[in-house]
Design a protein around this ligand. Structure first.
Ligand SMILES: O=P(O)(O)OC[C@H](O)CO
Length: 263
């Protein structure tokens, strides 16, 4: 405990990465080496939340006041709309580029019930909980001293690295070695966007949580018909890049070049 009190920030990373990576290794070696099973359960996503709870408890901070802060939700409706709409629209960039080049746009036709279930599970039990660590601890703490934009980029890089075992342990379609750079760019972009809603709403972590749960939904559209290889390549570059460009523009408009402290 005294180590955690002395080095809270380092402890946060050790616990967050430790929990999630241990989860991945235990899953791979002891449970199932096939993709989509243990690696995809919710438990790996709990690392950052467990880390933040251990660290604030060791520091003698009240968990009750932390809970009160992270469950605060009274902010202008525009932040809710932005948090839900932005990742949703950007997630369709690839299809929209193919469509603008002549392909036919089609809806995936997911069952609305399954989409809502997916969203709710990620929001309350899965990936969105990471925001209690990445955004409401790391971003909040480091942006006291450094530029909000630079910190958001740094958090995006760390958040990507935290996913590393998924790339080399498992054979998952979204986590293949040749997808690492596009994944990094997308996650840095998401970090910028989540930081924008977090700071814009005055540090209400529910907003990046909602944005995270939306970002984790699958794309709702696909395209059919031939598009040239050039269009496919351009779309695969522009899709991840669009998150970064939009995130940067929003944070520049918000003038987040400097540090920002929440009281
Ligand atoms: O942090 P995760 O595991 O919810 O994954 C984030 C996605 O890859 C980006 O939406």
């Amino acid at each position: 405990m005294s180590f955690i009190r002395r080095y809270p920030f380092m402890s946060f990373f050790l616990i967050a990465f430790g929990w999630s990576w241990l989860n991945d290794y235990v899953g791979y070696y002891l449970v199932d080496q096939k993709p989509g099973l243990f690696s995809l359960t919710l438990t790996r996503t709990w690392g950052p939340l467990i880390a933040v709870l251990i660290v604030i408890n060791a520091q003698g901070q009240s968990i009750q006041s932390w809970w009160k802060r992270v469950t605060y939700y009274r902010v202008a409706m525009k932040w809710y709309v932005a948090a839900l709409a932005l990742p949703f629209v950007l997630g369709e960039t690839r299809s929209l580029i193919h469509w603008s080049a002549g392909a036919e746009l089609q809806f995936q036709g997911y069952s609305p019930l399954l989409v809502v279930l997916n969203f709710v599970v990620v929001l309350f039990l899965g990936g969105a909980l990471e925001e209690l660590g990445w955004r409401d601890y790391v971003q909040r703490y480091v942006q006291n001293t450094y530029s909000v934009i630079l910190v958001a980029i740094g958090v995006g890089v760390v958040w990507t690295l935290w996913h590393a075992p998924l790339f080399y342990l498992y054979d998952l379609p979204s986590y293949t070695a040749n997808q690492f750079i596009p994944y990094l760019v997308t996650v840095v972009g998401l970090s910028l966007i989540f930081t924008w809603v977090y700071n814009g709403s005055g540090g209400v972590v529910l907003l990046p949580m909602l944005a995270h749960a939306t970002a984790n939904l699958p794309s709702f559209t696909t395209t059919s018909g031939n598009v040239s290889e050039a269009v496919t390549s351009i779309a695969s570059i522009l899709h991840p890049t669009s998150f970064v460009v939009v995130g940067l523009i929003l944070l520049v408009i918000q003038n987040r070049f400097r540090p920002r402290t929440f009281t």
